[in-house]
Design a protein around this ligand. Structure first.
Ligand SMILES: C[S@@+](CC[C@H](N)C(=O)[O-])C[C@H]1O[C@@H](n2cnc3c(N)ncnc32)[C@H](O)[C@@H]1O
Length: 318
């Protein structure tokens, strides 16, 4: 069976003609992301969008672009809150195949040339393919893979990105080379004429890279070996320090970002259960969803990187 570097194999497995996402796999069927928890992430995004709108002096149109929109859940939830922008909000979902979207939400398979407003890449960077390398005999070598998942070690690799961001030192240590993701982020940020770009994803930093890398697969809600045959999602954590070096920005955990944007999920007062049981149940369910979004060991540990462009926009300052 032919061997390929991981970048080529991963790209074909997700985005090739028979690829997982190109074939229309819906993320919601395979893994849980914050937009799928409930509307609270969209509420937070709309608070941020309000700040963008004010900083830009209420442009018309005000863009909200969801890149790698998956099933379009976040775009739809933001659109549902568009009334406050008085008909100026233009919501676009960028996804390879058209998701089911409410009338009024635009779809494109291409990144927009120009954005005046907010562009979000929610769990997009982690889905961008990387080369995988391994330390072997005191050299860094390519890890090659066949479509059945069989791996072999290939030629030596030299990479300035690795030297700077993920130097390997010990036999068997692995890394995913993130230079392509940095370039993708730089490209996305550069398309924002005025406003901000927000990346939300799981990630790691120089001081705590995983020894064996973070490449993995997901299928039907389960973590599975990353076999590049188009049958599963393939993903790896984002090296957020290298992405952050691309453009100035604020970096918070999701837990911190939600607090900064005023998303609270307090448990309702016990007495409410007696006076208004339906309201108590709704508030209790909301508190559970917010707790899931804020859980530091889960979604709350995700990173939010906000890069403002030509406008003073901040997560921590209203
Ligand atoms: C991990 S999923 C995240 C989906 C959604 N944002 C969420 O958080 O639920 C990544 C998505 O990015 C999409 N994607 C990757 N590269 C893309 C590109 N160049 N253009 C449009 N969509 C892309 C994939 O098809 C996939 O649906």
């Amino acid at each position: 069976m032919a061997l390929h570097d991981w970048h080529s194999a991963w790209r074909a497995a997700l985005y090739g003609p028979k690829g997982f996402f190109a074939g229309g796999a819906r993320p919601a069927d395979h893994f849980r992301t914050s937009p799928l928890v409930g509307p609270e992430l969209a509420e937070a995004v709309v608070v941020l969008l309000d700040r963008v709108d004010m900083a830009l002096d209420r442009p018309n149109p005000l863009d909200f672009v969801d890149v790698g929109a998956g099933g379009g859940e976040l775009a739809a939830q933001v659109f549902a809150r568009s009334e406050r922008f008085g008909g100026r909000l233009r919501v676009r979902a960028v996804e390879l195949t058209r998701p089911e979207l409410p009338a009024g939400v635009e779809w494109s398979s291409e990144l927009p040339d120009q954005v005046t407003g907010l562009v979000i890449a929610h769990e997009w960077l982690d889905s961008l393919p990387c080369r995988v390398v391994q330390m072997h005999g005191q050299r860094t070598v390519e890890v090659e893979v066949a479509t059945d998942g069989t791996e072999s070690l290939g030629d030596p690799v030299s990479s300035p990105w690795l030297d700077a961001w993920w130097p390997l030192a010990a036999e068997g240590q692995r890394a995913e080379i993130g230079s392509g993701r940095d370039a993708a982020w730089a490209d996305l940020v550069s398309r924002v004429v005025a406003g901000a770009a927000l990346a939300v994803d799981y990630g790691h930093f120089l001081a705590s890279r995983p020894f064996a890398g973070s490449l993995t697969g997901y299928r039907h809600g389960r973590q599975v070996p990353p076999v590049p045959d188009g049958s599963c999602d393939i993903t790896a954590h984002v090296a957020f320090d290298s992405v952050r070096a691309v453009a100035p920005g604020e970096l918070l955990t999701q837990r911190e970002a939600l607090a900064a944007l005023g998303i609270a999920g307090d448990q309702p007062a016990a007495g409410l259960a007696l006076t208004d049981p339906a309201a108590w149940m709704a508030a209790t369910a909301r508190a559970g969803r917010v707790a899931e979004l804020r859980d530091s060991a889960g979604l709350g540990g995700f990173h939010w990187l906000l890069c403002p462009r030509n406008a003073p926009i901040s997560l921590v300052r209203a």
